[in-house]
Design a protein around this ligand. Structure first.
Ligand code: LLP
Length: 404
């Protein structure tokens, strides 16, 4: 995101709430969502954009999105609990290893759709649906066996991945559910992974699942193409959704008699660019000639660089001028606790505030207390209003769950 215009607000926030601190911009969040919605509406009449809660489940952000018409995609009873609290109108429940109690909770709370990934889920869904006197809409997550080009930790549609059902089990799932009175098998689902930029992978998966459904005699009313829409941390561009949605709509028109409801499950494309992490410089030092900037945020607060080698832009608030090469490390006792290597920055001094860009997605939601560090607060900027939407953890919080 372009932050020059926000520098003063960000400096005020760092001053008032301390660092490290996550800051989100409502305007960017809603712009991202509405852009996807506008493009999708060009091609599909019936559409659900189910925001992937795992990207960022702060209830304030979720509520803003639901108000604009987003549904929720959840993968745990914790996320489902939040989606219910946030009054999401339509909830899609995914997950590769749902526990029986999670399925019971989902059915009891009338989620709109459950996408199964194991044959064993069907009997639980049928059982709890009967108990609750409902017929539950169910989809099958298909693993198309496609290698997408992305980081191996976030590829999910390949033959070696644990996700979804292969063709043989897909056909079995159809025939098992046909015998179950309380299951309305009406959907197919796939999710190929995250950070995908090529349209062809989606089209390949779609064509495979459509022909498989036909072979299995499954009448599709809902087609869920997952999320994964790539966002470039370098350029700030999202993959070409116009092209993707147009091609998907063309395949659907060619293959299905009746127009299905299309479900999208974007997380990153909606929220990544809406967030900034502010962190203060504690020290600067040289170790064998390498210049280190040591900051007060660590990999427990923001793990993407350590886990995926992710490269996020970093700027020094309020500073321009001649640059130097710095590596930026946190306080955690691990060599992977490094946010950037040899990055050109204006001359940095202790006390400066650095802004790590595009950390709206998979950042706070993946934070931990490692090294027994309290987690940072989250602040929302909504037009002129600056609101604390999650307070900083304190020492008491660290003890809260321990039986002392
Ligand atoms: N639907 C399903 C079933 C998913 O598993 C995911 C993400 C999404 C939707 C949303 O994908 P998105 O549109 O955000 O790419 N922690 C990693 C990303 C893990 C994604 C997991 N699944 C990262 O920081 O890059």
């Amino acid at each position: 995101m372009y932050i020059k215009q926000y520098e003063n607000i960000l400096l005020d926030i760092a001053e008032e709430y301390g660092t490290p601190v996550y800051v989100y911009f409502a305007e960017i969040l809603l712009n991202n969502f509405n852009k996807i919605k506008t493009i999708a509406k060009k091609y599909y009449r019936k559409i659900l954009i189910a925001y992937a809660y795992k990207a960022n489940s702060n209830i304030h952000l979720c509520k803003l999105l639901h108000r604009e018409g987003a549904g929720a995609e959840v993968v745990s009873s914790g996320e489902l609990f939040l989606a219910l609290k946030a009054s999401a109108s339509k909830i899609v429940f995914d997950g590769v290893s749902k526990s029986v109690s999670e399925i019971e909770y989902a059915v009891r709370n009338r989620v709109w759709l459950i996408n199964i990934e194991n044959l064993g889920e069907l009997k639980y869904i049928d059982y709890f649906s009967e108990k609750n006197n409902i017929v539950q809409k169910v989809g099958i997550r298909f693993n198309p066996g496609i290698e997408v080009s992305t980081h191996k930790h976030i590829a999910t549609g390949g033959k070696l991945n644990k996700f979804g059902l292969d063709s043989k089990n897909f056909i079995r799932a159809v025939s098992i559910s046909k015998k179950m009175k309380n299951i309305d098998l009406c959907a197919v689902h796939f999710h190929l992974g995250s950070q995908i930029f090529d349209t062809e992978s989606y089209i390949k998966a779609l064509e495979r699942v459509l022909s498989l459904a036909e072979e299995a005699g499954l009448n599709i009313r809902i087609i869920d193409i997952g999320g994964g829409f790539g966002y470039s941390y370098e350029t700030g561009e999202t993959m070409n959704l116009d092209n993707l949605f147009a091609q998907i709509s063309r395949v659907l028109k060619d293959s299905l008699g009746e127009e299905p409801t299309v479900v999208l499950e974007p997380g990153r494309a909606i929220v990544a660019s809406a967030g900034i992490l502010l962190t203060k410089v504690n020290y600067i030092k040289e170790v064998y000639g390498k210049k280190w900037v040591l900051v007060d945020a660590g990999m427990n607060d923001f793990i993407r660089p350590a886990l995926y080698g992710a490269k996020h832009k970093i700027t020094v608030l309020g500073k321009n001028g001649p640059t130097e090469k710095y590596s930026i490390g946190g306080p955690v006792c691990e060599s992977a606790d490094v946010f950037a290597e040899d990055m050109e920055l204006p001359r940095v001094a202790p006390g400066d505030v650095l802004a790590v860009h595009d950390v709206g997605a998979y950042s706070y939601s993946m934070s931990s207390n490692y090294n027994t560090r309290p987690r940072p607060p989250e602040v929302l900027v909504d037009r002129k209003e600056i609101k604390l939407i999650r307070r900083r953890e304190n020492f008491e919080d660290l003890l809260r769950l321990m039986i002392t």
